[in-house]
Write a protein that binds this ligand. Structure first.
Ligand code: PLP
Length: 393
């Protein structure tokens, strides 16, 4: 088979591959603790499922909907943004998509011409660069400063006449870092000055810990908001990864173009998922807070234990999302391996703990651990890692 060049230059999702490997080991009877997962371990809250069941029973979910989603859901998204950020959006500024992932994919399709560049801060979520390539664009990765964030100067150093957009993911997957209002404002003003689109991936915006606050680019005044395309979704905050509900919020013109792509690519997302999402956004938000508190407790328990492991470096405690992204170059060396890949393979084979190699996020000296798993398993995983390091020293 002669495949298109477009697809030949794209790698499969490394996090999904790891997860499959861990699942295969588990299926063969091995007690694997999988810290590779990028989804909450909680089930979708009961009230959300009940609304979905009701939609099925009443026959409401039996038909195609508008490609950009049912109006009540788009209204509910506007209301939530109003409550959370005090900003006004209209339903014609919202498109519901198959997860935030397809929002980002479709944005590539409507924004990028061949050779257009998209600035992507390191470390990055696995799909950004590949989606840009699938759209014919060129991902340009930007090194962060010592504090883990990219500065305006670092973005400016990579800007060319072909720079079309920058993706700002806060809280960031995999680092868990949350951009400050001051830094977002500076980046926003720089983007306006050079007419670069800001793509704000706020997927983890509800998962913020230990009193830190979250700022979205959409709340930094009219000018920055007009320059911003917001991508978010219900997967992480509402434990709804399987329902595949994401959304884009932008100008009516952007949403209209997105609607064209959606109408030819997916039509609508499953109608039943839209009714579930409507219940999630309009129902009691205490369910989100309960899960946030559970993640916070896990972070606070596991972080000190993780940085006490020999050669695991993570000076800045994450403030959001549900990942830890330590630098492990020292640990790899101490344990006698040459590469992080060899190290994570040995950890999986001997300690039965699945970690994701940092190469998947553009930083091969790191590994990602997800704490979206129960506390007892997390502590057992740390115990196994400690034992592994002791054995190999
Ligand atoms: N953005 C980030 C940073 C993510 O980590 C993910 C999921 O892992 C997504 C977007 C897409 O999530 P979904 O497609 O489930 O909405």
């Amino acid at each position: 088979m002669k495949f298109a060049k477009r697809v030949l230059q794209v790698s499969p999702s490394a996090t999904l591959a790891l997860s499959n490997q861990a699942k295969a080991l588990t299926a063969s009877g091995v007690d694997v603790i999988n810290l590779g997962v990028g989804e909450p371990d909680f089930n979708t809250p009961a009230q959300i499922k009940a609304a979905a069941i009701q939609a099925i029973k009443s026959g409401k979910s039996d038909f195609y909907t508008a490609a950009v989603g049912i109006l009540p859901l788009r209204q509910a998204i506007c209301q939530r943004l109003k409550q959370d950020f005090k900003v006004d959006f209209r339903p014609n500024q919202v498109a519901v998509t198959v997860g935030g992932k397809f929002s980002l994919y479709a944005l590539g399709q409507i924004l990028l011409d061949p050779g257009d560049q998209v600035l992507i801060p390191l470390p990055y979520w696995v799909s950004y660069g590949e989606q840009v390539k699938l759209a014919g664009g060129e991902p340009v990765f930007v090194q962060p400063a010592a504090d883990g964030f990219v500065s305006v100067a670092q973005l400016e150093a990579q800007r060319t006449a072909k720079t079309k957009a920058v993706i700002i993911n806060s809280p960031q997957n995999p680092s868990g870092l949350v951009y400050s209002k001051a830094l977002l404002t500076a980046i926003g003003n720089w983007a306006i000055e050079h007419d670069i689109m800001l793509i704000a991936d706020d997927m983890y915006g509800k998962l913020i810990y230990n009193g830190h606050s979250f700022t979205s680019l959409i709340e930094l005044g009219d000018r920055i908001r007009q320059q911003t395309i917001l991508v978010s979704g219900l997967s992480k905050a509402y434990a709804m990864t399987g329902w595949r509900v994401g959304y884009t919020v932008a100008s009516p013109a952007v949403i209209a173009k997105l609607g064209v792509v959606l109408s030819h690519a997916t039509s609508n997302i499953a109608a039943v998922s839209q009714y579930a999402a409507l219940a999630a956004l309009t129902g009691d938000q205490a369910v989100v807070e309960a899960m946030r508190q559970a993640f916070e407790k896990r972070l606070n328990t596991v972080y000190p234990e993780l940085i006490a492991l020999p050669g695991f470096e993570l000076p800045q405690k994450p403030q959001g999302a549900f990942y830890l992204f330590p630098k492990v170059a020292q640990a790899v060396r101490i344990a006698g391996f040459n590469t992080t890949e060899e190290f994570t393979a040995a950890v999986l084979a001997e300690a039965h703990v699945a970690l994701v190699n940092g190469a998947a996020f553009g930083m091969p000296d790191h590994v990602r651990l997800s704490y979206a798993t129960d506390l007892a398993s997390l502590q057992e995983a740390i115990r196994r890692l400690k034992e592994f390091m002791n054995k190999h020293q």
